[in-house]
Design a protein around this ligand. Structure first.
Ligand code: KMH
Ligand code: ZN
Length: 291
């Protein structure tokens, strides 16, 4: 039986491992603003989206930014301004993408950390990416990981394929635990060329993760919902957002990132693992409070 006293508001979200960490990835590097008008590409649009998503249950924001012409950029000045604005406007954990766009150089991707984020993505291997290749050779992965430790940035290990899980083990064996002391991974599923977005693949990948690691999962495009249900059933966390999905339902474009976070939070609530507070997320991920 449900009573009013057991209903939760975002302000009263529970802490602890029973809760669901929701990460929002609002922009990405692949969609064009002209084709997807709801995509947040300016700093103002990003901060508005971030506030809406925080209110809807997100605790982490995975950030790609655009230049004045709405093209993907890794300009460190713009990234620094973005980190500052998101910290001023929200209490979200700010995770900058070091993946960028497939055309970005390794040097520019390493320099992302100079913007001083709380966290960053760190992809653990090369993967076919539609018609392109998302390149992450071992020496680059190793250098990026060493830099996260030097600069006190918490990495999230992005795993697009089972081979990336093996690479993660190699990285941890070679250089030890990450800054913050905790390993958190994101299974990125359903990329054309990566692992498929289905329950059987998710269960197999999770079984191969390092002992004690936590994980979230995201399904690209039409694998979004199957991956979300599978992740909740298997005890994982969720990443959603317009980087990964621009269609809310068949034939119905996403109107904004907040509705994707709202749906994730509602499903997490149904699974009796409500959205995690940012405070609890910081504790779980080992991210210091830099406000
Ligand atoms: N845009 C993709 C090529 C990341 O953010 O670290 C890479 C990506 C992964 O989105
Ligand atoms: Zn990304």
């Amino acid at each position: 039986m449900t009573s009013d006293s057991t209903r939760r508001t975002p302000a009263a979200r529970p802490a602890g491992t029973a809760a669901t960490l929701i990460t929002v990835a609002p922009t990405g590097a692949e969609s064009e603003k002209a084709a997807v008008p709801a995509l947040p590409v300016t700093l103002d649009e990003l901060v508005v989206t971030a506030k809406e998503c925080a209110a809807a249950g997100a605790a982490v924001i995975h950030v790609h930014i655009r230049d004045a012409d709405a093209r993907p950029t890794l300009d460190v000045g713009r990234l620094t301004d973005t980190v500052r604005a998101l910290r001023e406007g929200t209490d979200l954990i700010v995770q900058l993408s070091t993946g960028g766009a497939v055309t970005d150089s390794f040097g520019h991707r390493l320099a992302v950390l100079d913007a001083g984020p709380d966290a960053c993505s760190l992809t653990c291997g090369t993967v076919n990416f539609g018609d392109e290749v998302f390149a992450n050779p071992w020496p680059f992965i190793r250098e990026l990981y060493a830099r996260t430790k030097d600069l006190a940035v918490v990495p999230e290990f992005e795993l697009f394929d089972l081979g990336h899980v093996a690479m993660l083990h190699r990285l941890l064996d070679d250089l030890g635990p990450p800054f913050g002391g905790h390993v958190h991974c994101d299974l990125v599923m359903g990329v054309p060329g990566g692992m498929p977005g289905d329950a059987a693949t998710l269960v197999g990948a999770v079984a191969a993760l390092p002992e004690g690691a936590t994980w979230s999962a995201t399904g690209i495009g039409r694998s979004s919902l199957p991956v979300m249900f599978a992740a909740l059933a298997a005890g994982g966390h969720l990443r959603v957002g317009m980087e990964d999905t621009i269609t809310f339902a068949r034939g119905r474009p996403v109107t904004g990132n907040a509705e994707l976070v709202e749906r994730a939070a509602a499903l997490a609530e149904l699974a009796q693992r409500p959205a995690m507070t940012t405070l609890a997320a910081r504790a779980m991920l080992g991210v210091p409070d830099r406000h």
